[in-house]
Design a protein around this ligand. Sequence first.
Ligand code: SAH
Ligand code: SF4
Length: 418
Amino acid sequence: MAVSLDTSQMRAARATARPQPTPMAANAPAHTEAEEKPSLVSRSREELGNALMHIGVPEKQVRMRVAQLWHWIYVRGFTDFDRMTNVSKDLRQRLANTFTLARPELVTEQISNDGTRKWLLRFPSRGAGRPVEIETVYVPEEGRGTLCVSSQVGCTLTCTFCHTGTQTLVRNLTSEEIIAQIMVARDRLGDFPDAYTPQGAIVPNEGRMVSNVVMMGMGEPLYNFNEVKKALLIASDGEGLSLSKRRITLSTSGVVPMIARAGEEIGCMLAISLHAVRDELRNKLVPINKKYPLNELLDACRSYPGLSNAKRITFEYVMLKDVNDSLDDAKELVRLLKGMPAKINLIPFNPWPGSPYDCSEWEQIEIFADYVNRAGYASPIRTPRGRDISAACGQLKSESERLRRAEREKLEGISHGD
Ligand code: SAH
Ligand code: SF4
């Protein structure tokens, strides 16, 4: 049976748990005082340096102090300035008075039978409106632990097989909120030094618990490029969270003009939500195809910076019964990808309430996979994970809604007079 805890249950559980060396800050009730202070999480080194100068750190000390803070925040996962033992007491106090490292509010944690975890996080509204909620999913496997991170609350796109696509975009996440998803996951899994992993948790048999990050949660990351870039550069910083760029994958539905920039400026692995091999069908399944059709998308992929046999593009292909799963489709797929270092992830369709498709028959998925495989492309069939807690690909959605214009304006106290 899947386990689901809400905040009050988590608080109760915490009260009976043994003391943890790293505070489970994500568990803590939202701290209003801390919330009002700006966070130091996800600032660039330069921004962090400016923040330090702002509270009186002499310029010649700034570099050293930034390095110290960087270590405590990202390597150790501290949320309490007072634990930063190589920072003077006086400076720790000034930092605590002015800034926060608090994690966002964790609304619920759900744990699937197969060890997949889904967290519902709440962030402030940032502007008018209500606070927003997003989902982050952790998928443990034998040799790796993959965190599926959201980039937006909802999505502007409306891919017909995707649950997130039924939630209109509420807002982009900030880099701080993107990094916070990684921090919360590491807190909850005890993935910081000297932290405990919860008893019975299913985690990889060796190495880090969060070893991989995929931008495959809610939203289209290339429609929130600057914040996603900032967050991923911090996630891959070798003196901090230290996730190798080979272990970070950005998935896009095909925002062609941004693909080269993702390669040049972020340098992570690329995944494309392909799902159809003919424009006519792709226009329906992935409507952004009407703007950037298959030939433009595949051209952008062929010139993805750093593309090689060691750095292949992953093409995601959701298996929809009698829609895109014929042998002819498999043949066309191989033809389209000819000569490109690629791997194809076949994703059995994950249903959601009211979804208009069925998942392909298993034998059909195998026929498809065999053809693609024999043509020389790795084509693993992704085992659905966390379906019992609606954590599988394409099942994420939150209740956050965009306010109607009139409601927003009321909250903002704006009157346009039009
Ligand atoms: N917006 C980006 C990132 C989301 S990734 C993108 O579309 O690439 C989520 C992945 O799950 C995408 O490949 C998406 O196409 C796929 N997906 C969406 N709905 C799904 C469903 N119901 N079943 C299986 N996969 C789905
Ligand atoms: Fe948005 Fe990606 Fe879902 Fe399409 S598949 S609606 S781009 S999240």
